[in-house]
Write a protein that binds this ligand. Structure first.
Ligand SMILES: N[C@@H](CCC[C@H](N)C(=O)O)C(=O)O
Length: 312
């Protein structure tokens, strides 16, 4: 318990939910224990993660050199997303979190997305957010997620795999592809939506070789590709087990990793890669685009649902 009440906002992006703290002076102490208490769904506010909005300069002053790099690359990136998983661990990046962070910054009057884009700092570097529109005309946010990478390189791209994943109940591990979005992902293809729906993700999937910093695991079913007026669009359904959390309703970086893995598998099979994907997650719908120059874009909604004060 702290003696001073702290204001918070609760928000989510496709039901990946976060406790948001506005630390505009950069002096809020956020220990792993405090994160765990805030994120606790029974004893606290509850969330998959905790997001602190702080001055990028304060993160640099605290000794995180990535914040110096952010400001050198983009001096306008004065606000930083300090992202923590529900178990108190620090994560480099959160795709749904970036959109919710932006909605939070708008609510605080720190940015007007109707007038300009937002450049913000993260531990994976600068991220740029612009307003966008969803397939049914709803307000969405689109984020340039920066450079993506296959840690297994060309060999993994050609083979479509560089790892193996075992899920509780499976008789044998299955091949998987590692994808780096600033944070680590391992993507496995399944044969049907019924198999996806029946998965037991109550325990963390086992990944081999063991990733040195852990990984987020996406289980995906490619749903096909459809010609549209804007070109061919792919569709994927996925579930995710997040590092530091457990199964969540959505993972933005995971959706990007899933789409890029399916795209890589298509290319390995000699098919023309599709650049636009809709990704169905248990909590909603996200759009992923492979951009020129090796960047990827993630688009989706962001909702702020309530505010309050806590002494936790
Ligand atoms: N839900 C997030 C990812 C949050 C961090 C992740 N659990 C990790 O440890 O890398 C997203 O929307 O990307």
């Amino acid at each position: 318990m702290t003696s001073q009440p702290t204001r918070f906002t609760k928000g989510h992006g496709t039901h990946n939910d976060f406790v948001l703290l506005a630390d505009t002076r950069g002096d809020l102490e956020l220990t792993p224990e405090r994160v765990r208490v805030l994120a606790d769904r029974r004893g606290g506010i509850g969330g998959d993660g905790v997001i602190r909005l702080a001055p990028t300069a304060s993160i640099a002053r605290a000794g995180e050199t990535v914040a110096d790099q952010v400001l050198a690359e983009e001096p306008a990136a004065i606000w930083f997303m300090d992202y923590r998983n529900a178990d108190g661990s620090v994560a480099e990046m959160c795709g749904n979190g970036v959109r919710v962070f932006t909605a939070f910054a708008e609510s605080l009057g720190l940015v007007d997305l109707d007038a300009t884009e937002l450049a913000l700092g993260t531990r994976a570097g600068v991220r740029r957010v612009r307003k966008d529109t969803g397939p049914d005309g709803e307000r969405w946010y689109a984020v340039d997620m920066g450079l993506w990478r296959l840690p297994g390189g060309d060999d993994a791209a050609a083979a479509g795999a560089d790892a193996a994943v075992a899920v509780r109940g499976w008789t044998a591990p299955r091949p998987a592809l590692s994808v780096d979005l600033g944070n680590p992902h391992t993507v496995v293809a399944l044969g049907s939506v019924d198999e996806l729906a029946g998965l037991d993700l109550t325990q963390a999937p086992q990944v081999a070789p063991v990733p040195p910093h852990g990984t987020n695991v996406e289980l995906v079913v490619p749903l096909g590709e459809t010609p549209t007026d804007d070109g061919v669009v792919g569709r994927v359904r996925m579930r995710v087990h997040e590092r530091g959390v457990g199964e969540t309703q959505s993972c933005g970086t995971g959706a990007v990793a899933a789409a890029l893995a399916v795209r890589t598998w298509a290319a390995a099979g000699g098919r023309t890669p599709v650049d636009t994907w809709f990704v169905e997650v248990p909590g909603g719908l996200l759009r992923v685009r492979a951009l020129p120059g090796g960047h990827a874009e993630l688009a989706g909604p962001a909702e702020l649902v309530f505010t309050g004060e806590t002494t936790l």
